[in-house]
Design a protein around this ligand. Structure first.
Ligand code: SF4
Length: 309
């Protein structure tokens, strides 16, 4: 078999499109750019159902398996497409997210969501569960004081209650037993000494993704290599589904859509971005042509199985 053919066959998996539906968040993590009620959040596409519908139709048709329009179609062999709804905090707009998830499913997309969990009530979890293949929850600590210092609380001082979260996850799993749970933890200067084993065991995710804080917004909670390695070591060998993700993996080539419905890509190593025109206005093909996505970086990412999940 030719090497090119082998390479082509090895790149056969789910194509993941991250739509950051909002920049707003009810938390204020010190290492994050998202903040509640930015003025521009009122212009976000999630408040415009006609535009949202057009975006979903465009994206589902353009990236459909076997689509000849998609420029990497010749080098990839994907069998499904998953829309990952991210933020900010997407569940600030829980009813819109429910509607988006339902329409995306109708259009043939898989759907996942990444949330801080604070607004995930058992009722909302039940409503979402039938549409989701993967639910991601970001949790950095089991300790209230640590969460408060990181900024993981809303303006009224409320934090995620583990009991409520556990009940919501149980409700979601009852509706959709095949739902996979992923927990994301950002290791930073305030949680790097913590043992999160009891919390992770209690929530029983299929995957626990451990990331090192990216010193883009601030360096004040940065951790050294030794601190990060110690955190990973402390949680290794206990049967936890821990996966370490490197910063370089995070900033490379996902297909990303911003809250205004534009494709965007990293333009430089300092965190700058390049944006297309809005997909609902010009269509997915014309917008994607403006991203100048590097095909080699992109395909390298998709040939590395674990980084896309
Ligand atoms: S919960 Fe997530 S989006 Fe919100 S401030 Fe924290 S890191 Fe940012």
């Amino acid at each position: 078999m030719l090497q090119a053919e082998k390479d082509r066959q090895s790149i056969s998996r789910e194509l993941v499109i991250n739509w950051h539906v909002t920049e707003a968040c009810n938390y204020a993590c010190r290492y994050c750019y998202a903040k509640w009620d930015k003025p521009e959040s009122r212009r976000e596409l999630i408040h415009d159902w006609a535009g949202t519908t057009r975006l979903l139709q465009e994206v589902s048709a353009y990236f459909a398996p076997g689509s000849a329009a998609y420029p990497f179609a010749g080098a990839m062999d994907w069998t499904s497409v998953r829309l990952n709804l991210a933020g900010g905090e997407p569940l600030l707009y829980g009813q819109q997210v429910l509607r988006i998830a339902a329409l995306a499913r109708e259009l043939g997309l898989g759907v996942s969501i990444i949330t801080n969990g604070s607004l995930l009530t058992p009722v909302l979890a039940e409503g979402l569960a039938e549409h989701l293949s993967l639910l991601g929850v970001s949790l950095d600590s089991a300790n209230r004081s640590t969460n408060r210092q990181i900024g993981r609380l809303d303006r009224r001082g409320r934090q995620v209650a583990p009991d409520t979260l556990e009940a919501s996850l149980a409700a979601a799993r009852r509706i959709n037993p095949g739902l996979r749970l992923k927990i994301n933890t950002v290791v930073n200067a305030l949680n790097s000494d913590e043992d999160m084993t009891p919390l992770i065991r209690r929530l029983a995710p299929e995957k626990w993704k451990v990331l090192r804080m990216l010193p883009i917004v601030t360096t004040d909670l940065a951790v050294s290599d030794a601190q990060f390695c110690a955190f990973v070591q402390r949680h290794s060998g206990h049967g936890l589904p821990l996966r370490v993700e490197d910063n370089a993996d995070m900033t490379e080539s996902y297909i990303m859509i911003d809250p205004l419905g534009r494709f965007f890509q990293n333009a430089d190593a300092r965190g700058g971005y390049r944006y297309s025109l809005p997909i609902p206005r010009v269509g997915a093909g014309a917008a994607f042509a403006q991203t100048e996505l590097s095909s080699s970086r992109y395909l390298a990412r998709y040939s590395s199985a674990e980084t896309v999940r």
